[in-house]
Write a protein that binds this ligand. Structure first.
Ligand code: CA
Ligand code: CA
Ligand code: CA
Ligand code: CA
Length: 295
């Protein structure tokens, strides 16, 4: 196959356009994957180092992608999902592809269209609850059993008091790290963020919610001591077997490969088993809202 390719490339090595000599390389290893678009048209592209060649793939997918870790193979049909390899009369920049109306110059001097192939997208999504505890310390556990692992559960003990309010958030130990010496109001050895009865008065923190708004922090009988869930002298119980709404952030990176590619330009053909286009970091990010079911 390599021999065949060399012959093809030689045939495109010199072509004339307004007197310019166009040199093609089909080498996209040294540059970064670029992206623009969104639902309806996801466009990935790469320029060669000189900016005189591009390889691009456009996927006419209407769904929002890159919301969660996933692998997607899209069969290129040269219609809604297509890929091409282009050689330009002079260098283009990354803006060239993201314009609503493609610029008329530089001109495309040669274009190969993929008449078959697969775009393989591997999405890796990171979730974080921003609860003050480094995610690496929260993996592989679901302390409250609500179905959300601790690393993206912003209320790890399910007491409806977010974890970030149950650490050393007053910085009592002076080290500016809320995780070290986390609050343990009742001194039972279980830090508040994992203790569902923080004052050890026999009433679950979740139940010390007088007004039933799923926020025990604003139910305060004695201002000198604080909220009832931290006051062992107040033990009124209001059954609340409901979780409050949780939020967590997601950030996705995608790695794009083209597989089994056959690019055609008239009689000429370029075939490649795999073209690694690279990784586009933070292609999608946002916040999920979810209210876990109470079991
Ligand atoms: Ca959980
Ligand atoms: Ca957590
Ligand atoms: Ca707690
Ligand atoms: Ca109490």
């Amino acid at each position: 196959m390599r021999k065949y390719l060399v012959i093809i490339l030689l045939s495109t090595l010199y072509s004339c356009n307004d007197g310019d000599v166009i040199v093609s390389s089909f080498d996209f290893n040294e540059t970064n994957l670029q992206f623009c678009g969104g639902p309806g048209g996801y466009l990935f592209f790469k320029l060669n180092q000189a900016g005189t060649e591009s390889i691009s793939v456009r996927l006419g997918i209407n769904d929002e992608l890159f919301l969660q870790s996933d692998t997607l193979d899209v069969v290129l049909n040269n219609n809604t999902h297509y890929s091409n390899y282009r050689i330009y009369s002079s260098a283009i920049d990354n803006d060239y592809f993201c314009n609503e109306v493609p610029p008329s110059t530089p001109e495309v001097s040669t274009e190969y269209l993929a008449n078959s192939g697969i775009a393989n997208l591997i999405t890796v999504t990171t979730l974080d609850d921003n609860d003050g505890i480094d995610a690496q310390f929260e993996y592989n556990q679901d302390s409250d059993g609500d179905g959300l692992p601790d690393y993206y559960d912003f209320d790890d003990d399910g007491d409806n008091v977010p974890t970030r309010f149950e650490l050393d958030n007053l910085n009592l130990d002076g080290d500016n790290n809320p995780l070290t010496n986390p609050k343990d109001t009742d001194g039972d050895g279980i830090p508040d963020y994992l203790d569902e009865d923080d004052d050890n008065d026999g009433v679950l923190t979740r139940y010390e919610d007088l007004d039933g708004d799923l926020d025990p922090t604003n139910d305060i009988d004695d201002l000198n001591i604080g909220a009832n869930y931290l006051n062992a002298n107040v033990s009124e119980s209001f059954i609340q077997d409901v979780y409050r709404e949780h939020d967590f952030d997601f950030t996705s990176d995608v790695t794009v490969r083209l597989k089994n590619m056959v690019f055609i330009n008239g009689e000429e053909q370029i075939t490649r088993e795999t073209i690694n286009l690279g990784t586009f970091v933070n292609i999608n990010s946002g916040t999920y809202l979810i209210t876990p079911d109470f079991n």
